[in-house]
Design a protein around this ligand. Structure first.
Ligand SMILES: Cc1cc2nc3c(=O)[nH]c(=O)nc-3n(C[C@H](O)[C@H](O)[C@H](O)COP(=O)(O)OP(=O)(O)OC[C@H]3O[C@@H](n4cnc5c(N)ncnc54)[C@H](O)[C@@H]3O)c2cc1C
Length: 506
């Protein structure tokens, strides 16, 4: 039997792989996407869920002239990243309005970070010009007097010294895992083959092709590819190591943690952007009736610890929050749950530090022909990443098929915010959900309710049972399905992880 040869195999099933897969298949490449966990299970499920407008990049690039002259390329890169953020924001709000919500962010201007109103207005004009004003930022600057009486700021430390606030609209993803799944499903609708719960475990050159070994529980098979698109997030260097090139290192990681708490009613729906004493970003972001607070970034590899919210990090975030709003007296017992993840960063040439650079890498000059990797891709600019990867592949390889519409209209879905026979059947039959965590966290939104979906687990498992036999374990929701002699399906060992070191629910 002749073996199928793919034009491109995309490694990973996070947002960058999903976007790369969607763009490659739309360009006519016969493509396979392979994810070792469930779609979106990696860093894509650990974000702060914000489609940032790029203000952070602008402030990074707006130091003194001396700073600019000292590192002109970094500064220009920051401006270009801001422009991409604004364009990515406009594009995503246009193509997936149902997956984003506008949220008002407040930046308190304190003596240490206050800028004059005209500067704030100039910065926002520059940002608005970057997307042609397609999605308004709605900047509203408050004077010191107005800020002091703003209900959301009551209880804030140093309110008597506040110089004013900048209030503006950011967009929040509802919810990133679903965006990953939807992007994979859009790609499937135009011909991609996509698999989750299957890992790439081998990669070897065979003539002009790459032989890739794919492994699922208890079985493995090989596929052949003309090109490999490595979108394995913080694990990309592991994939190049599989190809016998462990010296090729493109990635370093940074761990971030968020905690979820219930804040007073008057803060409902309001977000804050501040910075820590060291200048790192610190956010309070609404999530339904709750808020999440973080991230607290620190160096990390892709190891398990990076994906666990440690008690030390939770304590640090509580401490930082206490400095901002001392009157609230938040304690460890007020933390409903927490999550952590590792964002990948492009490794600087010194192989130690990171650089603020989104990069596609064609590894031909490093001895790996037709192997491409992508570093520092963000949720908020994933479509741009998809385009860039496709352009890089196109410079080396012609597609074997013809182009297709990238965003073909998809058929109406059942309500994926509710656990119903229709939504669970859709998740299992059409969206490759094969564990309870797949259903609750990435296909349906109920896994993000305050109890992390615990109250829906049994119902969801019961509805999925006819399609599933045997143990189903993934992430933090487990259960076992067995067919009994009378053909009934018994569900046992149902659990959702509830330890503070990972995500915990009360
Ligand atoms: C705390 C935090 C907050 C953030 N906040 C934001 C934000 O507000 N907005 C924003 O835009 N971005 C944010 N980010 C960044 C964003 O989450 C990431 O840049 C993005 O999710 C990276 O996606 P990815 O596809 O590259 O990686 P991942 O989502 O990690 O996907 C890589 C996938 O590759 C798979 N994989 C690994 N090895 C193999 C293998 N051998 N075989 C098959 N599959 C494999 C993994 O299982 C994983 O699912 C945040 C990140 C963190 C950590």
């Amino acid at each position: 039997m002749t073996q199928m040869i793919y034009d491109t195999v995309v490694v990973g099933g996070g947002i960058i792989a999903a976007a790369a897969g969607q763009h490659l298949v739309a360009a006519g490449y016969r493509t396979l996407l392979v994810e070792r966990d469930h779609y979106g299970a990696g860093t894509s499920s650990r974000t702060s869920r914000v489609q940032h407008c790029g203000l952070g990049y602008l402030s990074a690039a707006s130091g003194s002239i001396a700073a600019f002259l000292a590192r002109p390329f970094d500064e220009i890169e920051c401006l270009s990243l801001m422009r991409r953020s604004m364009r990515g924001r406009a594009e995503f709000v246009r193509v997936a309005p149902e997956r984003v919500r506008p949220v008002t962010f407040i930046i308190p201007l304190m003596p240490g970070n206050a800028i004059p109103r005209w500067k704030a207005k100039l910065a926002f004009l520059l940002m608005a010009a970057s997307d042609g004003g397609a999605v308004p930022l709605n900047l509203n600057t408050l004077s010191a007097k107005e800020a002091r009486t703003h209900p959301a700021l009551q209880g804030m430390a140093g309110l008597e010294d506040i110089r004013g606030t900048m209030n503006f609209t950011e967009y929040q993803y509802h919810w990133p895992e679903r965006i990953v799944v939807k992007t994979v499903m859009k790609a499937r609708a135009i011909g991609i083959e996509a698999l989750n719960h299957i890992a790439v475990t081998g990669l070897a050159r065979e003539g002009e092709l790459w032989r890739m070994t794919l492994k699922a529980t208890g079985r493995s098979r090989d596929v052949l590819a003309r090109a490999v698109v490595n979108c394995a997030g913080v694990w990309i260097d592991e994939i190049t190591a599989l190809a016998g090139a462990p010296h090729i290192r493109k990635n370093t990681g940074e761990k971030g943690t968020n905690i979820v708490v219930r804040l007073p009613e008057r803060l409902r729906g309001i977000a804050f952007k501040t910075v820590t004493a060291t200048g790192a970003p610190f956010y309070l972001i609404p999530w339904g009736q709750l808020h999440y607070i973080g991230p607290w970034d620190s160096q990390s590899d892709g190891g398990l610890e990076g994906f666990r919210a440690s008690e030390a990090k939770i304590a640090t975030i509580l401490d930082q929050f206490g400095r901002l709003f001392p009157g609230f007296g938040l304690k460890r017992k007020d933390v409903l749950y927490a999550w952590a993840g590792v964002r990948r960063r492009s490794l600087a040439p010194d192989s130690k530090s990171s650089v603020p650079a989104v990069r596609e890498h064609d590894l031909i000059d490093e001895g790996l022909p037709n192997v491409f990797t992508f570093t520092d891709g963000l949720l908020m600019s994933h479509r741009d990443a998809g385009r860039r990867v496709t352009r890089a592949v196109a410079r080396r390889l012609k597609p074997s098929g013809s182009p297709r519409p990238r965003d073909a209209p998809s058929p109406p879905l059942p309500d994926m915010d509710q656990v119903t026979e229709a939504s669970v059947a859709h998740a299992v039959m059409n969206e490759h959900a094969s564990t309870p965590a797949d259903i609750l966290r990435s296909r349906l939104s109920v896994g993000w309710e305050p109890d992390l979906g615990r109250c829906h687990l049994e119902t969801a498992a019961g509805l999925a049972a006819p399609s599933w036999i045997g143990p189903r374990r993934s992430g933090d929701a487990n259960c076992r399905f067995q067919r009994k002699n009378d053909n009934r399906i018994q569900i046992s060992d149902i659990s959702i992880r509830n330890d503070a070191a990972h995500r915990s629910a009360k």
